[in-house]
Design a binder for this molecule. Structure first.
Ligand code: OOG
Ligand code: NI
Length: 461
């Protein structure tokens, strides 16, 4: 029997192999990431593994896929449920970018600590919003919806195997093999020619709309390795002559703890894709939609910590607008050094970040009673605080990643009111609750606190 986490690990590994064949620059990115991680491990020792073992980090990937309808989203959710991956978080990218990104998104990922430690594979999954009149008029909406209704992304056989794996949390070896083959195949780039006129019609609205609704299949858009020093990675990729986007998205490089998520990517590459012209002939062509991205993960922030992050982002935007000649990274660093606590201990004390608490093996054993409050327990060596790694995404960075890889600006007509989508709507569409990331981190922190209280008999028993 192949257990769910082994299915997940195997799926991630095979997807990676497939994507490396389709997009060779991805392999370079993985190689350079591995080199950087080995160097960081050598230089920093155990400290390099504070946010995940080197085994986890080396195997760690996130993928991104894009689907067209709630039905397709429900189906992809069944495939991911087979792998122990559940929808977490709601991201509205229609609002997060200056140009047109007509999608709403969630991320499918493992939710409990043990499963994440085994293999944290996650997939950022976006769904097109044809009902949003800012992007699509009534005529285009109905053409788009009927085009999408007529395609099948996931064969019935795959979905049946997926449901079984989700229910039984394992599959016999032969079925596991069948499932993995069908699942990987569903995300390969299709050789079917692109209908050029239809694709271009959608492209005028948004390159993302064309990538999703202009073809009869879906494909993995990118696969992202995790790196321990993203600034170094950026330098090394540039040295190799690979054109990176201008910036690293997310928090700046600074002297304090790594928080949330920093991401960067190389620009989408032209890939050969056959086109079918309106007269029916097939000609060779190329599309630029797929790229390589890399990320560095930091500590998960609480709602308060995140609110601070968002405030600082606004502050940096203002400074950058006032000083267009200045380097944004330098401006951001100055803002952070002034306003963001520079040590884990302060993040914990101010309730800005999540930690797992454990009774320290070297705690006082002189018969003295432990102090009652958490700060003092940590301070006096009774309890250790280990940061909880951020497992999710950032809407503004995601929009930046989308945007920096779009060929055109697209169009959004702001005279119309946008259609409302939210986590509740998405939960209904998927048929499963979209989980709240904060609740998951908090649960993990609270459980560890309850264990500490039990072990130290803090509740007075
Ligand atoms: C998804 C873009 C967002 C991330 O890492 O923030 C993303 C896409 O391009 O489909 O992957
Ligand atoms: Ni990504």
């Amino acid at each position: 029997m192949i257990s769910q986490w082994r299915l997940r690990a195997a799926f991630a590994a095979r997807l990676s192999e497939m994507y490396g064949q389709e997009v060779p620059a991805y392999t370079t990115l993985v190689d350079v990431s591995r080199e950087v991680n080995e160097d960081v491990l050598r230089a920093r020792g155990a400290d390099a593994e504070r946010l995940g073992s080197i085994g986890r980090v080396t195997a760690e990937r996130h993928g991104a896929i894009r689907v067209g309808t709630p039905d397709e989203l429900r189906q992809v959710a069944r495939v991911f449920a087979a792998l122990g991956m559940h929808p977490v978080g709601f991201y509205d990218l229609r609002e997060a970018a200056a140009s047109a990104v007509p999608v709403v998104s969630t991320a499918f990922r493992p939710v409990d600590g043990e499963e994440l430690a085994r293999n944290p594979f996650r997939v950022f999954t976006s769904m097109l919003t044809p009902a949003d009149p800012r992007f699509f008029d009534a005529d285009l909406r109905s053409r788009l919806e009927s085009f999408l209704a007529g395609r099948e992304l996931f064969p019935a056989k795959l979905l049946a195997l997926a449901d079984r794996a989700a229910a039984e949390r394992e599959l016999p070896e032969a079925d596991a093999e069948r499932f993995l083959r069908l699942a990987v195949h569903a995300f390969e780039l299709s050789p079917e020619p692109v209908e050029a006129a239809w694709y271009e019609t959608l492209e005028r609205i948004s390159a993302v709309a064309a990538d999703i609704g202009g073809v009869r299949s879906t494909h993995i858009n990118h696969l992202t390795p995790r790196v321990l020093d993203i600034d170094e990675l950026y330098r090394r990729m540039t040295e190799r002559g690979i054109e990176m986007i201008d910036t690293i998205q997310g928090p700046p490089k600074w002297r304090g703890p790594d928080v949330l998520l920093r991401q960067t990517s190389f620009r989408a590459l032209a890939e050969p894709r056959a086109h079918r012209t309106p007269d029916g002939s097939v000609v060779s062509g190329a599309l630029r939609v797929r790229f390589g991205e890399v990320e560095a993960r930091g500590i998960a922030l609480t709602r308060e910590g995140r609110a601070l992050y968002d405030r600082l982002l606004t502050l940096v935007d203002q400074r950058a607008a006032d000083h267009p000649e200045a380097d944004r990274g330098d401006l951001a660093r100055a803002v952070w050094e002034r306003h963001m606590p520079g040590a884990e201990r302060e993040l914990a004390a101010q309730g800005l970040a999540y930690f797992t608490y454990r009774v320290a093996p070297g705690r006082p054993r002189d018969g003295s009673r432990p102090p009652a409050d958490l700060g003092a327990l940590v301070e006096r060596g009774w309890v250790r605080a280990e940061p909880i790694v951020y497992e999710d995404f950032l809407p503004r960075s995601a929009a930046g990643i989308f945007q920096s890889n779009l060929s055109g600006e697209g169009t959004r007509n702001n005279d119309h009111e946008g259609t409302a989508y939210d986590a509740g709507w998405l939960s209904e569409a998927i048929g499963h609750e979209v989980l709240d990331p904060y609740a998951l981190y908090e649960q993990q922190q609270n459980r560890s606190l309850a264990r500490v209280a039990g072990e130290l008999e803090l509740d007075g028993t």
